[in-house]
Design a binder for this molecule. Structure first.
Ligand SMILES: Nc1nc2c(ncn2[C@@H]2O[C@H](COP(=O)(O)OP(=O)(O)OP(=O)(O)O)[C@@H](O)[C@H]2O)c(=O)[nH]1
Ligand SMILES: [Mg+2]
Length: 194
């Protein structure tokens, strides 16, 4: 039976605790509607499926997204690392009000490099803008440039979360198409990435 999607894409949300990973994912997917502001620490990982359509080079793609929400608490770190495997996209969250959460990105990016062999598209997300900030845009831009990853600031009050998701998915599809063009037999090139 043919699947009802063109690509299945795994995207992981990572970052220090309370950086707003689950909050953002809830807004993207409608999960836990009504209790979205409550802080309930993620225990281990959660999986949410979302289907979207995106246009790349004038073609519409049906995408099945596996969105993996991971725990930021240190005690889960080893457990979480395993989930970077086979991911095509990784959101690396930082709370712009907390320097500690930005420092943690140094550690997390090394773990991503170690556990993700697929060269996932990584996007640093400066979250909670609009509150008193402790991390400057310059610091985050420099980090993103040095690590050769994407960068965005996120204002969920403007419903920006779906824009960053679409941007991520488009980047992943571009990479899949590029790999195909170059005859690179990646898992992505097979059309299904789990
Ligand atoms: N002001 C503000 N608060 C936010 C924003 N995003 C999340 N929060 C709040 O931050 C707290 C933590 O959010 P979570 O999304 O649960 O944090 P998390 O990163 O999933 O944390 P762990 O699961 O422990 O790793 C919650 O109380 C949210 O309401 C934001 O953009 N602005
Ligand atoms: Mg969480």
């Amino acid at each position: 039976m043919n699947p009802d999607y063109d690509y299945q894409i795994k995207i992981v949300f990572t970052g220090a605790q309370q950086t707003g990973k689950s909050y953002t994912l809830n807004k993207m997917t409608g999960r836990n509607e009504g209790q979205i502001d409550l802080y309930v620490p993620t225990i281990g990982v959660d999986l949410v499926i979302k289907r979207i359509q995106v246009a790349v080079h004038n073609k519409i793609y049906n995408i099945k997204l596996q969105l993996w929400d991971t725990a930021g608490q240190e005690r889960f770190q080893n457990f979480v690392n395993v989930y970077y495997r086979n991911a095509s996209g990784i959101f690396l969250f930082c709370d712009v009000c907390k320097q500690g959460s930005f420092k943690k990105c140094n550690q997390l990016i090394e773990q991503i490099k170690e556990y993700n062999q697929e060269d996932a598209q990584v996007m640093l997300v400066g979250n909670k803008i609009g509150t008193e900030r402790a991390v400057s845009v310059d610091e985050m831009v420099t980090f993103a440039q040095n690590q050769n990853i994407m960068f965005t600031e996120l204002n969920t009050e403007n419903n920006d979360e779906n824009n960053i998701l679409e941007r991520m998915v488009k980047c992943v599809i571009h990479q899949i198409l590029l790999d195909k063009e170059n005859g690179k037999q990646t898992k992505q090139g097979d059309g299904v990435l789990i």
